[in-house]
Each structure stands twice: as C-alpha cells, then as structure tokens.
Design a protein around this ligand. Structure first.
Ligand code: AQP
Length: 331
C-alpha cells in the first residue's frame, strides 16, 4: 500500500476550499492507502499566531478533521510539533535546498507580498519543512490542492539532491494526488484569489463551522457578474467568479461543471445561488455538528492526538535517525 502524507495549518477555521481541495480527498484515501495526517502548527507560526489562539485552533482543526471522517484508527492523526523528527529533517533540508530554488516559490511571493524584508525566515523555508514532513515518513503520495504542486516539485528536488550528494537511494519520488473538479476553490469576493482561512474578510470564505444561515448569506452575497449562466464551460473562462461558483457546485454535487451548466444555462444567479446554498448546507451541517461534539470533550481529543503522535514517532524516528547517520551525525 502506498503511504500518503498530508498536513493542514491550524491558522484559522478550515474552509470549504480546504475541504474540497484536501480534506474530503483524505477521507476517501483512507480506504486504500496507509495514511498519515498532520495538523501542521509549525507551519502555522511562519505567520504570527496568538499562542492561545493557536492552541485552540489546533484542537479545532483536529476536531474538524475527525468530524469530516478522518478515522484515527485507520490513519495516523497528530500535531506536527509533537514529533521532533519534522524539525530535525527540516534543518538538514535547509542545508540541501538551494536559495535559487526557494526564490522561485510563488507562494512565498504571494504571502510575503510587497514587504518581503519583513516576512519571517520560516515563511521562506516553509517548503523545506513541508519536504521534511513528507520524506520523514517515506510517503510517496501527497494529496494537495493545485496551489501546492510547486512545493511538491521542490520536495522531489530536495530528495533527489540528497540522494545524489550522499550517493544513496534513500528518498523515494513523491507523486501529487490532485483530485476532483474543484481542485482550487476561489474567494467569494474575488474569483482570481484562492479561498483562504486567513483572508481578513470572513465574507471571502465559507468556514466548515458556519451556521446554515451564515452559509446562505455568504453565498447570496458572493460576487458575480450581471450575465446569466452560460451554456458551455468555455464561456466561463473570462468570468472567474461565475466559474468558481459553478466549480463549487460541481464538486459538491459530484458532477462535472459542464453538467452544472446543462442544468442552469440561461438562468440568473439568484436561482443558482439558492441551489448552491442548499447543497453546501447539506454537506457542511453534519460536519459542524460533529465538530462541536468532539470539542465538547477536550481530554478525549488530547488523548487521541497524543496516541497519534506516538504512532507518528514510531514511523518517522527510525527514518530520520538513518538520515542523520548518512549525513555523519552521531558516533
Ligand atoms: N482554496 C483552496 N482550494 C483548494 N484547496 C485548498 N487548500 C487550501 N486552500 C484551498 C488545500 O488545503 C490543504 C491545507 O492547506 P493549509 O492549511 O496547509 O495551507 P494553505 O494552502 O495556505 O491554506 P489556506 O486555507 O490558504 O491557509 P492560510 O490562509 O493559513 O494560508 C492544502 O492541501 C491546500 O492545497
């Protein structure tokens, strides 16, 4: 069985983008893969996080993953900072990756924005930590949204350079698993920007814990254009907001965007948004209810995460110890 690794930052409440682009696929992968899923709090602090909020968000993220259907028995579910192998391997990878490679990462440019000098060094080397997350488990499959494809290529470059520099065949190649028609969900306020849990505007996203009323209101207010829905997906090309809503509908209904247009061609956004809100609420209401249920018992949640960290350590420690031997650490 191929080993899958994926992580999610507790940098806010997970969004519909995280769900359709990542979490929903994680749940399905559990059926035929050996899965390791991680709440990546070390990645989250590459941007400022209030300590108390980070602790709360880490628990909330774990509760949401469980509510979405991550099974802590079949999969290994844990918090990144509880397993030191990630940090140890990330340091070695900081010394393998080249500055030129990191300079090409578009996510750093997007997140650092105009004030690059003020961005944390952690944000810059974030892809090296992500490579360590995956390689510490010898994982070969990584389900990610389309936005993370470049980071996976970098993880492969790092693995290959390590193998070459130390003359070993140690790190396997990683393949991205980019699944489903809504691989990239965009902001409800700007169809050219991805939906993000840390976007300052709550109206830009649907949170997995939003109430039915909030979801309906956010979808009703989502930016669109004055034209009716077209008959073909080609006609959506220059209409990013319309394309995004059609993509979300398709992903939630389990059909392709062309079939959505077959149903709604010629109709205005009013009708379409009502139907989209209904579908979204149907998918998310049980998740919100189950998240509340998990959060009601923090002791049970913490015990479960501690057990997950122990299983993760048992997998990653021997691999990272071997890396440390290869580079010449230890006696
Ligand atoms: N809008 C999106 N559409 C599809 N997939 C998405 N993912 C994130 N946003 C979208 C996927 O979710 C997984 C976890 O992401 P993350 O939390 O580690 O970091 P991120 O990609 O930076 O997500 P956010 O929500 O945008 O977080 P912040 O705001 O903190 O930066 C990844 O597999 C990602 O592809």
């Amino acid at each position: 069985m191929q080993r899958v690794f994926s992580g999610i930052q507790p940098s806010g409440v997970p969004t519909l983008g995280n769900y359709l682009g990542a979490i929903r696929n994680w749940v399905a992968l559990q059926n035929d893969h050996d899965c390791v899923f991680c709440v990546v709090d070390m990645h989250a602090i590459t941007s400022w996080q209030e300590p108390a909020a980070l602790r709360t968000q880490t628990r909330e993220m774990a509760a949401t993953l469980l509510a979405c259907g991550i099974d802590p028995v079949r999969s290994v579910l844990f918090v990144q900072s509880a397993v030191s192998a990630h940090a140890r391997l990330a340091w070695i990878f900081n010394c393998v990756a080249r500055l030129g490679w990191l300079n090409r990462m578009t996510q750093f440019k997007d997140k650092a924005g105009k004030d690059r000098e003020a961005a944390s060094a952690g944000l810059y080397v974030y892809p090296n930590l992500m490579a360590a997350d995956i390689h510490a488990y010898h994982a070969t499959r990584v389900p990610v949204g389309d936005d993370q494809r470049q980071h996976l290529e970098l993880a492969n470059d790092i693995g290959e350079k390590f193998n070459h520099d130390y003359q070993v065949e140690f790190f396997p190649r990683i393949e991205p698993l980019i699944l489903g028609p809504a691989a990239r969900v965009m902001s409800l306020r700007d169809g050219t920007k991805k939906m993000s849990k840390s976007d300052p505007s709550d109206q830009s996203r649907i949170n997995l814990t939003d109430s039915a009323d909030t979801i309906a209101q956010k979808i009703r207010r989502a930016k669109t254009d004055p034209l009716p829905l077209p008959a073909t997906t080609e006609e959506l090309a220059a209409r990013p907001e319309a394309r995004n809503l059609v993509g979300i509908y398709a992903a939630l209904a389990g059909i392709d965007p062309a079939s959505v247009l077959t149903e709604f061609a010629g109709s205005g956004f009013g009708t379409f948004k009502d139907r989209l809100a209904g579908l979204t609420i149907e998918a998310l209401a049980p998740i919100a209810a189950d998240t509340t249920h998990w959060l009601a018992d923090p002791t049970q949640l913490d015990t479960l995460l501690r057990a997950g960290a122990e299983r993760a350590r048992a997998l990653a420690d021997p691999i990272v110890r071997e890396v440390e031997q290869i580079v010449g650490f230890g006696g």
